[in-house]
Design a protein around this ligand. Structure first.
Ligand code: CA
Length: 237
């Protein structure tokens, strides 16, 4: 799907030139000659970049930009300014524009800016996707029929939700995150209960016993949380 650029410019010759050059770059191009039309198109088409002239009949480019930002419009807005002194307005008013070019501008430079902003939007989108999928991947830990959902702090066994005390949950999650590792009682105590916990390593044993009753087929012969002689515990999954 090609990206959409909206050109907002009331000078017909310039608008035409911009549209022509953008189309040549392979973009889908929409155009508007005044602020109100620009707003309508922006809301409907959700272009990826808007080239927005400041001096427009009726609603100015500044107003259009402010309105779109107020509505949460996420894409890049590049202001086209006719005079240098308008730059101060664009920058100073904090209207929410991402960039500006001063007329007369080189078409090559403008195209480069458009491309740069599209790339940025793309990479932000990609980052968000990556974060989203990483979160959902790490959201749950599954061991056979035992599933730990970190976001909801919920544990299910064969589809049944287990009722766990907060400390039992924390301990099980800690085991789940260190599957296959030998974990000493002291280490578990320190990491799950914290440095300032007043208690001893028997606390760990007690909680392991409770957990085994909830997650083991045969708590007397545990297969998930195994005791390592002289060491501590190892979670087999
Ligand atoms: Ca103008």
């Amino acid at each position: 799907m090609s990206e959409t650029v909206l050109v907002v410019e009331d000078e017909p010759a310039l608008q035409e030139t911009l549209v022509y050059n953008l189309q040549k770059q392979g973009y889908k191009v929409e155009s508007a000659g005044n602020g109100r039309t620009a707003l309508e198109i922006a809301r409907q088409q959700k272009p990826d970049v808007i080239l927005l002239d400041i001096m427009l009949p009726g609603l100015s480019g500044v107003e259009v930009c402010k309105t779109l930002r107020r509505e949460g419009y996420p894409s890049a807005i590049i202001m086209l300014t006719a005079r240098d002194d308008e730059i101060d307005r664009v920058v100073g008013l904090e209207i929410g524009a991402d960039d500006y070019v001063t007329k007369p501008f080189s078409m090559r430079e403008l195209m480069a800016r458009v491309k740069a902003h599209l790339r940025r939007t793309d990479s932000i989108r990609e980052e968000l996707e990556k974060i989203k999928s990483a979160v959902s991947e790490q959201d749950t830990l599954a061991f056979g029929g035992l599933v730990i959902n970190r976001t909801r702090r919920e544990v299910t066994l064969a589809g049944q939700t287990l009722v766990l005390k907060p400390q039992e949950y924390d301990l099980l999650l800690f085991f789940g995150e260190h599957r296959g590792q030998m974990l000493s009682r002291e280490f578990i105590l320190e990491r799950v209960w914290g440095w300032d916990y007043v208690g001893d390593s028997r606390t760990v044993d007690v909680h392991v016993r409770w957990l085994r009753q909830k997650i083991e087929n045969d708590p007397a012969n545990p297969e998930r949380i195994v005791t390592v002689r002289g060491g501590g515990y190892r979670f087999e999954g």
